[in-house]
Design a protein around this ligand. Sequence first.
Ligand code: SF4
Ligand code: SF4
Length: 303
Amino acid sequence: MHKIFKVLGFPNSGGDEMQIAVSGGKGGTGKSTVAINLAIALQDYFNLTLADLDVEAPNDHLLLGIELQNEEPVKMFMPSFDYSKCTKCKKCAEVCEEKAIITMKDGTPFLIPTLCSGCRACEIICPVTGAILESQKLMGHTYLTETPYGFPLVTGKLLEGEERAMPIVTMAKKRAKSLDRRLLLVDTAAGTSNTVSKALEDSKLLIAVTEPTPLGLHDLTLILELGRLMNIEAWVVINRSDLGEKKRVKEIAQKYNAEIVAEIPYSEDIVRSYIKGEPIILSESKEARIFKELAERVVNYLR
Ligand code: SF4
Ligand code: SF4
């Protein structure tokens, strides 16, 4: 289903891709709720892709009520050693910044797989052809799922028990960009880790979702600081805006020159929509109106 584009001047596909990001604090702030509802509203104006880069706990598909499709594995380089060729020179261990290669007294190298980042420095420096062989470790998957709302959802999902999220974020973002849509809407992980920075990279706008609680204020400060460091304009959406102290949110937003663009009161209808996988924006509710107005602000900003 492709909707009619309401705004002239935004080509249907191709051209320079724009990127905006929805980010926020620890789980449950409503970041994904904002991302999926905004994506549905923006699809009226842009040919877009939604990328769920919260790879440790992706849930945009659940909120959209769809099952992930088109799985592709994400594998990472890992060295293995051909001891019949290795001269035990220790160069691989010396170059490894992660200290993922240890050597025995005689110089025989061993890999500690959990420390390896897959940078290939050991392979590059090894002076003996064939002493380091390529092994691959499965880190997780990316998915490309058509939604019933006219836009594709790209999802990154880290393998359970795996901690290195960066390759998944990188590959999911690459897959989303390869679709070459006019707008890429990125839903980042919570917090301000390097994977969040990777997800935010190239964004024109950061929409920080927060709650007016002490933890929410703390996380909001961190994400706005990251936005400032990355030179990305930031807006603030206050979720459950009637359940806390908004004055402090306003002070923090003002400090970072971030406009508060939407306030979403606590709503059982939103909770119900979450459980049913039926986005609230499809209803005639006042919450749907808030998301539509937010989308209009985004459109005017990107225009
Ligand atoms: S790939 Fe990089 S991190 Fe892994 S063992 Fe080699 S040098 Fe170390
Ligand atoms: S750099 Fe190559 S030859 Fe030297 S110890 Fe490592 S694997 Fe062996």
